[in-house]
Design a protein around this ligand. Sequence first.
Ligand code: GLA
Length: 355
Amino acid sequence: MTADALAQELRVLGEGFVPTTVARAPGRVNLIGDHTDYTGGLVLPMAIDRWTEVRVMPNPARDVVRLVSDVEPEHAVVPVDVREPHAVQPAWARYVAGIVAQVRPATGFVGKVTSTVPSGAGLSSSAALEVALALALGAPDTDPVELARLCQRAEHAAVGVPSGIMDQLTSIAGRDGHALLIDCHTLTVEAVPVPPEAEVVVVHSGQPRTLAGSAYAERVAQCAAAEAEVGPLRLASPDDVDRIADPVIRARARHVVGENARVRAFAAALAAADLTTAGRLMDASHESLREDFAVSTGALDRLVTRLRATPGVFGARLTGAGFGGCVVALCRPGALAGEGWVVRPVSGASVTGRR
Ligand code: GLA
């Protein structure tokens, strides 16, 4: 690259920056159904009123995508023909590289990223970035499932963790005022209204969480081991689970089979505005994630216990992968005032200015 080309690119990011495309994608919180998506099970998340926004303009002078972020000190500078997204520096640029490798834009771009999705909290800040950037760089937006799969492949290439499709699909398919009942086998999405008398509050445990450093991949492998013995867990009965020889694999499978049943029951309870039942199911989900799936921590358990003891709280559980991060609580409006973030269900990603 010539010094001139770089100078021009940086100028473009300054006064000459006139974005041609603006894309925005929300984070998500999962109300119930964790560690079920990668075995084709059921999940019930909602897209939340926290967004990542990506504004870009083409820069034909250079074959790189350069992004500045309001939360990351270093620029992401990714060649449009990037080969190994996981090796890119700084770490946040790996998600950019993952998307660039999937979309393969025909020209370079410069752009700016702003975000109100907290990172390391289990609220899918990475999925929000992936989805917004994919749309900004021109990925097809006609089929939500295809776009979610593209972003999921980008995430796998970026961090090398075999994560499921829940986060990306929720960020894309979110519906205002609704949670989403997603069947991760058929990839069908059913909107379930969140009743106005329910408030969803997300509280951070104070313990940061990263998927890459966690035992997430080990849990995925343990579920695969269970399926090798009894077939797809989404179709397995409690009796099938009891036949699994290894006690650890049996416990992992028991969580998945029980969690799928809880998601169904929760969707029915929410639709009927039966918040007491919904809250009990969230409590049971946490116990199962703690005891059988072993993805909770002392900090998460203490927080869940404290929130549950607060008047007006129907239920509370860790949300997302676990190993730190956030707890989600269902409560009467105002019951957890001052405790974290009240989040509201919103529509999925949007893009303006694409040709
Ligand atoms: C992470 C993954 C999701 C899902 C959850 C656990 O958020 O990205 O695909 O597996 O953990 O439910």
